[in-house]
Design a protein around this ligand. Sequence first.
Ligand code: ARG
Ligand code: ZN
Ligand code: CA
Length: 263
Amino acid sequence: IAQVTTIPVVVHVLYSNAAENVSDAQIDSQIRALNENFRKRNADVASVPAPFAPYAADAMIEFVLANRDPGGNPTSGITRTAINGSYPYDGRDDQATITLDSLIKEAGSGMSAWPASSYLNLWVCPIQGGLLGYAQFPGGNASTDGVVINVTAFGVGGSAVSPYDLGRTAVHEVGHWLNLLHIWGDDRGGCLHSDNVADTPNQANANTGAPRYPNVSCNNGPDGDMFMNFMDYTDDAVMTMFTRDQVARMTATLLGPRASLAL
Ligand code: ARG
Ligand code: ZN
Ligand code: CA
């Protein structure tokens, strides 16, 4: 029987000015967005084109701010740390951010992770240069495990900046954290690489903005790229679904390398 898995989240807010010290309401909006999208309760899933609609799936995963800290004491599930200024983006890609990690995830310049076996660590912080966020895949170093979201792309409305103001950067990054690859397989223009997910069409490259349906590549017509998938790079208002096979991959992660997290 399918059963909902609940994941405790700690949000580490790192701020260099008052605006970056996001409100509890902004944090709640992000948790709500994660829950809506992972439970397929986002109203805009109705806009998925008919040929793709049967693949849209409820991941059966929910998120809740932690109510116990690593010492077992009551907590809001939020830490707040003042920092010196925004972090420099080191120009590496999406998941590879050695410089950023060493600043964001360490005491002194940032905030160290709570035990990755018990919490999803979510750092919110100012990052220069347009990186919306990044994630660590399962199996990595516990001290850097979790997701990082640029403050400008965190939460719904409020301090989040359009077109990344529906909380879907975190949905995308938590997808990586649960072992999902980009839907285009990180081909950079070719059609050779897969996301190792059977029910997503092969796709040449990342889509950005709001493409017109259908958007064909890699002989994937007539329906084309599934650019409305959370694991593409389209605008928040465009990405609306995970597929069944993506959900199967995330479920396998929660039964395997991340089993200790399930509440
Ligand atoms: N790591 C990706 C980036 O920084 C995240 C893309 C998220 N996309 C979105 N529409 N929120 O570009
Ligand atoms: Zn990504
Ligand atoms: Ca595929």
